[in-house]
Design a protein. Structure first.
Length: 121
């Protein structure tokens, strides 16, 4: 816990610049939020080589993700179909809720140098 006077001093006019900090806590939080990692989700099935390759690509980049195994169907499969209308195959990769397709799609993005920015890298 930082004492109130010290906190005030940190964000006082002039003091912030000299310490390389933002001028006020709100601005500091804004920067913090924009630096947060996007949420990556992947729908997979057991024994699916494209799923393995998609996860491997994300693993190689050190990107954490949430995996939903829909091998047995169930509500998560239904959820995938609602979030990715027309999805016929797995994997399906979503970043911050936006569908980016399967392995071929994220691999193509990666080769074009466009995947890292999507992943916040
Ligand atoms: N081009 C797709 C191919 C994906 C694919 O063919 N997935 C197979 C499993 S490895 C699939 O979902 N087949 C239909 C099914 O299992 O219902 C990709 O790169 O993700």
């Amino acid at each position: 816990m930082i004492a109130a006077p010290a906190f005030k001093a940190l964000f006082a006019e002039g003091a912030s610049e000299s310490r390389g900090l933002c001028k006020d806590p709100a601005a500091k939080m804004e920067g913090y939020v924009s630096m947060s990692q996007p949420k990556v989700e992947i729908y997979t099935k057991w024994g699916c080589p494209y799923c393995v390759m998609a996860k491997s690509l994300l693993d190689d980049k050190g990107v954490p993700y949430e995996e939903y195994d829909i091998t047995m169907g169930g509500p998560k499969r239904q959820e995938m179909l609602e979030r990715v209308p027309g999805a016929r195959t797995v994997p399906q990769v979503l970043v911050d809720g936006t569908p980016y397709g399967g392995f071929d799609d994220i691999d193509a993005l990666n080769r074009a140098g466009k995947l890292d920015p999507v992943l916040g890298l």
